[in-house]
Design a protein around this ligand. Structure first.
Ligand code: 5GP
Length: 193
């Protein structure tokens, strides 16, 4: 089984919550690929569990050594999926789930397309019901300033433009329905592979 699941969408759309619920479903046989990042650790986050927290120097060294399957710069921080994580998850006979930003997702889709290996990916784009709802959700996070909220909304507008690169687009209006839909998509594709 050589599938990789790419879950992406604009920031604030709820990817993290969706991913956490999907991972609870043991029938899906998926495991989250823990990403590396240079952003600061938040309260309650654990190194090696939520992310591998790296310095910029360490991250750049890994880029140089081609240790990432994809990486991107997102709001002044680097984020990337380590090839070693993918191999580790596959070696346990699980399907790696990559919860990544739209730049990283676009890069990985295009590189698999070039290699003629697009069938190895299951790509899903999460959409907000509307930009107004997305704005409310971002505002509720309270960690962001007014300027950051607007930056995120502007970025979201341009991020949504790439939705057609993905095999599936799912709207996160009702969280439970959205997760149910994703579970169906994942089970179907995984059964076939
Ligand atoms: P946060 O800092 O809130 O945890 O994540 C910010 C953004 O980085 C989210 O959109 C998340 O999907 C994205 N992200 C997390 N890990 C990776 C990764 O390995 N690669 C890429 N390209 N984006 C990531």
């Amino acid at each position: 089984m050589s599938k990789l699941i790419i879950l992406s969408g604009p920031s604030g759309v709820g990817k993290g919550t969706i991913e956490a619920l999907l991972l609870k479903n043991k029938h899906l046989l998926i495991k989250l690929a823990i990403s590396a990042t240079t952003r600061k650790k938040r309260k309650n986050e654990i190194d090696g569990v939520n992310y591998f927290f790296l310095t910029e120097q360490m991250f750049k060294k890994k880029i140089e050594n081609e240790e990432f399957i994809e990486w991107s710069r997102h709001f002044n921080n680097y984020y990337g999926t380590l090839k070693s994580q993918i191999e580790f998850i596959k070696s346990q006979n699980y399907i790696p789930l990559l919860e990544i930003d739209t730049t990283g997702a676009k890069n990985i889709i295009e590189s698999y397309q070039k290699k003629g290996k697009l069938s190895e990916l299951l790509t899903i784009f999460i959409l907000p019901p509307s930009l107004e709802v997305l704005k409310n959700r971002i505002e509720k996070r309270l960690t962001e300033t007014y300027v950051q909220i607007n930056q995120r909304l502007e970025k979201a507008k341009s991020e949504i433009k790439i939705k057609n690169l993905f095999q599936f687009q799912v709207v996160n209006d009702n969280l439970e329905q959205c997760v149910n839909e994703l579970e169906k998509i994942i089970s179907k594709v995984v059964e076939k592979s």
